[in-house]
Design a protein around this ligand. Structure first.
Ligand SMILES: O=C(O)COP(=O)(O)O
Ligand SMILES: [Mg+2]
Length: 225
């Protein structure tokens, strides 16, 4: 892996598409919103390609992809989505295979772990609790923790500050170009899982330091650092 010549003391994890398969709940929230607004519903595949840049972007794309909406309509839709998503958040969400044992093993190795997600904090924290994984993380940075979100590297630096670990001793693991660009901007190595969302983009076309078909593979990669 390029750029790392020391043990990685901390690992930053993306949430949606990396640790948790949240797509069914996101699609349910989106379609309840669209139904309430009298707009055409979206397929799971469509929602899949809309996830990654946060909830405002998901709502915007649901309302504007191959159709039209005014800025005022998009603004008005956001609280509708939030209301519905708050109801379903976590219901059909699943932890990806290999994630639990990987988190436990990384902690066993003494590494500090954080979640850095573009999902808003109001949904992130209850979801981590509900899925029983909140206790694995020493810090959580959500999409509205700072005024910026991924791909801005500021969120990764913020997570490192919360962890008390140098960004130069940290590795990012994600599923999309937002994660990879943020890591590149922070000068951090980045591994991408191949099973996530990546906004409809082939994940192997994204500049990164390695692909993981199962989170468990991160253990070997990090072992070598
Ligand atoms: O909320 C999103 O759009 C995606 O969130 P993520 O950063 O955890 O993938
Ligand atoms: Mg993601």
């Amino acid at each position: 892996m390029s750029g790392v010549r020391y043990p990685a003391e901390a690992v930053l994890f993306d949430l949606d598409g990396t640790l948790l398969d949240t797509i069914a709940d996101l699609a349910e929230g989106a379609n309840r919103m669209l139904a309430e607004l009298g707009r055409p519903l979206r397929t799971l595949d469509e929602v899949h390609s809309f996830v990654g840049k946060g909830i405002p972007n998901l709502v915007r794309r649901c309302l504007t992809e191959n159709t039209q909406a005014t800025e005022a309509e998009i603004d008005a839709a956001l609280p509708v989505f939030r209301r519905h998503y708050a109801e379903v958040n976590g219901r059909a969400t699943r932890i990806y295979p290999g994630v639990l044992e990987t988190l436990a093993a990384l902690r066993e190795q003494g590494r500090r772990l954080a979640v850095v997600t573009n999902k808003a904090e109001a949904f992130t924290l209850p979801l981590l609790e509900r899925m029983g994984i909140a206790g694995h993380f020493d810090a959580v940075v959500s999409g509205d923790t700072l005024p910026v979100k991924k791909p801005d590297p500021a969120v990764l630096f913020h997570a490192c500050r919360l962890l008390g670990v140098d960004a130069g001793r940290t590795v990012m693991i994600g599923d999309s170009a937002n994660d990879a660009l943020a890591a590149r901007g922070a000068g951090m190595p980045v591994l991408l899982v191949t099973y996530g969302y990546s906004e409809g983009m082939p994940v192997d076309s994204i500049d990164c330091d390695g692909l993981l078909s199962n989170a468990r593979e991160a253990l070997d990669r990090l072992q070598a650092l």
